[in-house]
Design a protein around this ligand. Structure first.
Ligand SMILES: [Zn+2]
Length: 414
């Protein structure tokens, strides 16, 4: 009895694991032949054929075009059916929430941005997010929604799906977003840090595609990093790892919202650059600073676009603020390089709109000060990916579904 039971269980598990493996490979490779799948997986033709047939029958992969091969034969290729399943991706950032419908080939089909008014309660923001998700589900009722993916600044409990207490994040504390959305919509929900979502997007669709080991840095209202090791995201215990923004760069420095002293975010984020200018602008007398000074006096605050405008007009205070930030960010990145020795660092986020003023000094610092600089230097690149957080969190949600419950993909068609 026991033997029979064990054998049956193993077969089912192996079948599920093979199905997941093939779906993952076809998604990752874009187009692939049966011969290549057999080579990569080690599965025999006899083992591979029924798996592929089941996936074709369920509309998850399909046969497509032909490709020349050395032997002169033209094998039929396999590719993913982009309409096989969809994810509703939600990117929560400090100024807005973006919601998108993302298809099985990680393409954003439609998206909407909800900019916070600034005075809403947590409950109000969550209510608006729920109503937008409901709108997307109803608008796309013909689509099979396999999961909801939510990205947010950390710290988060990725396993339990709880937004813990991200600094400067509308006072949000212990929000069980996974539970709230699963109870509302009955759709599996996955939560991950925005920095990880960006790194995931680079890995599957961006500049990170060609590297096994790289670091993606998000320079925005905060600073985050996603670390990819051997093509896998490194998250640390319960997803708490790789918090570049909270690396201590001045132990006698100013207090950070995380409770620590002298965190990188306090000196190098977009928020820090703006605050640095605001705290000094009234004492500036340089003529080139007059426009940004006027904006501050009229509005009582400075926006990132004003800083960019100031850089364009050679405003000394804007140039100095970004230069200072670049030095701190540079030291933060040198620390990361010395620990991980990646093949590449990819810099993304809204802050890279400061372009040459931020990125050029960073490159110089890393080239001059990394421990192993005389022997090896990683590629330093600027991301050109759009909708990185949405694509990344959607892919993480798809991978979760593929790994945990492939039947979720089959369900609507059976
Ligand atoms: Zn901190």
């Amino acid at each position: 009895m026991m033997n029979t039971y064990k054998k049956g269980g193993n077969t089912a598990i192996i079948k599920k694991s093979n199905l997941s493996l093939i779906v993952r490979l076809v998604r990752e490779m874009g187009m692939v032949s049966r011969t290549d799948l057999a080579k990569i997986t080690g599965l025999s033709k006899g083992g591979l054929t029924p798996i592929i047939q089941e996936l074709i029958n369920n509309g998850i992969i399909r046969e497509t075009g032909v490709m020349d091969s050395d032997a002169g034969r033209k094998p039929i290729m396999l590719e993913i059916c982009s309409h096989a399943a969809y994810v509703i991706a939600v990117d929560l950032n400090r100024s807005s929430a973006q919601i998108a419908l993302v298809d099985f080939s990680n393409k954003v089909r439609s998206s909407y941005e909800y900019k916070y008014a600034g005075n809403e309660s947590t409950q109000e923001i969550i209510r608006r997010i729920k109503s937008m998700i409901r709108f997307f589900i109803e608008e796309n009722h013909e689509c099979s929604i396999a999961a909801i993916g939510v990205s947010s600044p950390g710290p988060l409990d990725c396993q339990e799906g709880i937004i813990l207490n991200p600094p400067r994040f509308h006072g949000w504390k212990n929000i069980p977003i996974k539970q709230l959305l699963e109870e509302e919509f009955g759709i599996p929900t996955i939560l991950d840090k925005d920095a990880n979502a960006y790194a995931m997007a680079e890995k599957i669709m961006g500049l990170g595609k060609k590297y096994k080991n790289f670091i993606h840095v998000t320079h925005s209202e905060g600073i985050g990093a996603g670390v990819v090791i051997d093509r896998m995201l490194y998250r640390g215990v319960r997803g708490f790892g790789t918090e570049l923004g909270h690396l201590v760069v001045d132990y006698r420095g100013s207090k950070c919202d995380c409770g620590n002293i002298g965190c990188l975010e306090q000196y190098a984020s977009m928020t820090a650059i703006i605050e640095w200018i605001e705290s000094r602008i009234q004492h500036e007398v340089d003529e080139a600073d007059a426009p940004i000074k006027m904006i501050y006096e009229r509005r009582g605050r400075i926006e990132w676009e004003d800083v960019l405008d100031g850089l364009d007009k050679n405003s000394p205070i804007c140039l100095k603020a970004v230069e200072n930030a670049a030095v701190f960010l540079g030291y933060g990145l040198i620390n990361m390089l010395n620990i991980f020795a990646p093949e590449a660092v990819i810099i993304g986020g809204r802050g890279i709109s400061a372009g040459k003023y931020l990125v050029k000094p960073l490159k110089k610092m890393m080239a001059e000060s990394t421990f192993y600089k005389d022997f090896y230097l990683p590629d330093i690149l600027v991301s050109d990916l759009k909708d990185g957080a949405l694509i990344g969190i959607a892919n993480t949600a798809f991978e979760h579904i593929i790994d945990k419950s492939t039947e979720q993909l089959f369900k609507p068609k059976m």
